[in-house]
Design a protein around this ligand. Structure first.
Ligand code: CP
Length: 315
């Protein structure tokens, strides 16, 4: 594997999830693979889980790791081509990515969308330029439209905790106070559409995701109906795809509580984190037996390790 940016970069998602669970059982079995190899993790946006879990995964494989919060610690980056750089930007992404490619064997990049210009965000302009100019294998640490390391960890969690061969998985929209990217739900949807699950998406009218990511899913505006017989409930806020980055008014109560789960198959509740308590998810769920959110975050290590292992093996 030379690029991990979406489910389309993975030959067999079930094999990759199984590999992650094998690494969970024996984390240090492949330390020789990463000897004298360097992973650079480059962040244009904040992170707790992605940063620490990917770092841990690389260390488990014997790699050296460098982390750069380029938005705070690097030179101000110019992302557009053919501009006179007489403003606030100091270094062009062409040189910055090229130089980082000289120092690292694998690079991870996080670049969130601006949520202003849909065409620019959905073209993955920043991520794709970085891939092009660094010249090294690249792992997405969450791009404008996808968060594949999260989605792989989510699949691993479902495989690990499922109580029947083809579980019902429901992605449900949750409230928020500000517009959030569609990257996590887009990515979760495209992975679930390829996984061996019965997959439903529930959201209020106006919050339709791009059809590019939801082919094969059942889509409804009725949360309670969607939750019936669910084994896993994945909670996430996202802003509208059309009108892009906006928050159409929602009058119904979409905040999940214990009572919302009464018709589920004793569902496990998942969330990528960070989560705003009692806005996106209630205390009673997060602190109760249904919550799988911390377990899910723990699986981020094994997902990242499975991806890095495949990249090291391909060198
Ligand atoms: N879920 C997730 O990616 O968490 P961070 O933003 O903290 O990395």
């Amino acid at each position: 594997m030379k690029l991990f940016s979406s489910v389309n970069d993975v030959a067999d998602i079930n094999a990759l999830a199984a590999e992650a669970l094998k690494l969970k059982a024996d984390p240090y079995a492949f330390q020789h693979l990463g000897k004298n190899k360097t992973l650079a993790l480059v962040f244009l946006n904040p992170s707790l889980r992605t940063r620490m879990s990917t770092q841990k995964a690389a260390l488990n494989l014997g790699m050296n790791v460098m982390v750069l919060n380029i938005d705070k610690e690097g030179w101000a980056l110019e992302l557009q081509d053919n501009v006179v750089m007489n403003g606030t930007t100091v270094e062009h992404i062409r040189e910055a990515a090229g130089v980082m490619g000289q120092y690292a064997d694998i690079i991870g990049l996080r670049s969130f969308p601006g949520l202003k210009n849909r065409e620019e965000d959905y073209s993955e302009m920043i991520f794709n330029k970085f891939v092009k100019f660094c010249g090294k294998p690249v792992v997405s640490l969450e791009s404008a439209t996808r968060h594949p390391l999260q989605s792989l960890a989510d699949l691993v969690t479902i495989e690990e905790l499922k109580s029947r061969p083809r579980p019902k998985v429901v992605l449900t929209w949750a409230p928020h106070v500000k517009p959030l990217p569609q990257a996590v739900p887009n990515s979760f949807a495209e992975w679930m559409c390829k996984a061996n699950v019965d997959f439903t998406i529930a959201h209020p009218a106006g919050y339709e995701l791009s059809e590019e990511f939801t082919q094969g899913a059942t889509i409804t505006h009725n949360q309670q109906e969607a939750l019936a017989d669910a084994d896993f409930v994945y909670v996430k806020n996202w802003s509208a795809y059309e009108p892009y980055g906006k928050m159409p008014a929602v009058t119904e109560d979409w905040l999940l509580k214990n009572d919302s789960l009464k018709d589920t198959n004793n569902a496990k509740v998942m969330h990528c984190l960070p989560v705003r308590r009692n806005l996106e998810l209630s205390d009673e769920i997060l602190d109760g037996p249904h919550s799988a959110v911390v377990h899910e975050a723990g699986n981020r290590v094994w997902a990242a390790q499975a991806v890095l292992k495949q990249m090291l093996e391909a060198m």
